[in-house]
Every structure is written in structure tokens, then in C-alpha cells.
Design a binder for this molecule. Sequence first.
Ligand code: HEM
Length: 92
Amino acid sequence: MIEDSKTSSLGRYNVTKRERDKYFFKVPSLRNIEHTAPYFHDGRVLTLHEAIEVMALLQLGRKFTQKEVMQIEEFLKSLSGDMPASKDIYVP
Ligand code: HEM
């Protein structure tokens, strides 16, 4: 069963004040994910390992075995590359 995510933030609604934007969050890229902790919009998860377990539970309604979590973690680490220089990051 898929569980509800517990968050105190209203997400995009805080900016737009549109009812339909409540609990909408921008999903960050998984590129370089091993270097971009803490995870999720509120930074509540410190390790990639736990972030994978949370995703399994909240988004897939599954509990991965430790082996599965470690395999996914290894895959996500394969998405690492050169970090963009801060001068190349777009700040609106
Ligand atoms: C094995 C499958 C999955 C893995 C390993 C995974 C991994 C991740 C990770 C590591 C993050 C944190 C990104 C960050 O904070 O920089 C994330 C965020 C997110 N993912 Fe997943 N994900 C999976 C499946 C899914 C699915 C199936 C959905 C939706 C149908 C989903 C929706 C989201 C959303 C909405 C966020 C942002 C949540 C927030 O900021 O609070 N994910 N995912």
C-alpha cells in the first residue's frame, strides 16, 4: 500500500496561491545524487540509502530488501559526473 508523505510544507502553493498547486514539489534531477544530500524538498533524509527506502514505501508501496536498496544505490552512483561550477548554475 502506498503511504501518504508527511510534510508540513504546502509546496508550490506557497508561491502561486493556486489550490491545485498544494503539495506539488519540483522533483530534482538524479544526476550527481550521491553528492547532493540532504534529500527531498525539506532535506529531512540524510543518506541516499534511506531516500531509496522512503521512495519505495511512499511512491511504490514496497519494502525493498537491503540488497535491492544497495543495488539501486550503486546504480544511482553511476549517475555521478563532474559537478557544475557554481557560476553555471541558473539562479532565477
Ligand atoms: C526505485 C524507485 C525510485 C528511486 C530510487 C527514487 C529516488 C529518489 C531520490 C533519491 C529522490 C531525492 C531527490 C533529491 O532530493 O535531490 C527522489 C525524489 C522524489 N521522487 Fe523518487 N525515486 C523512485 C521512485 C519514484 C516514483 C515512482 C515517484 C512518483 C511516481 C517518485 C517521485 C518523487 C518525488 C515527487 C520526489 C521529490 C520529493 C520531495 O522533494 O519531497 N519517485 N526520488
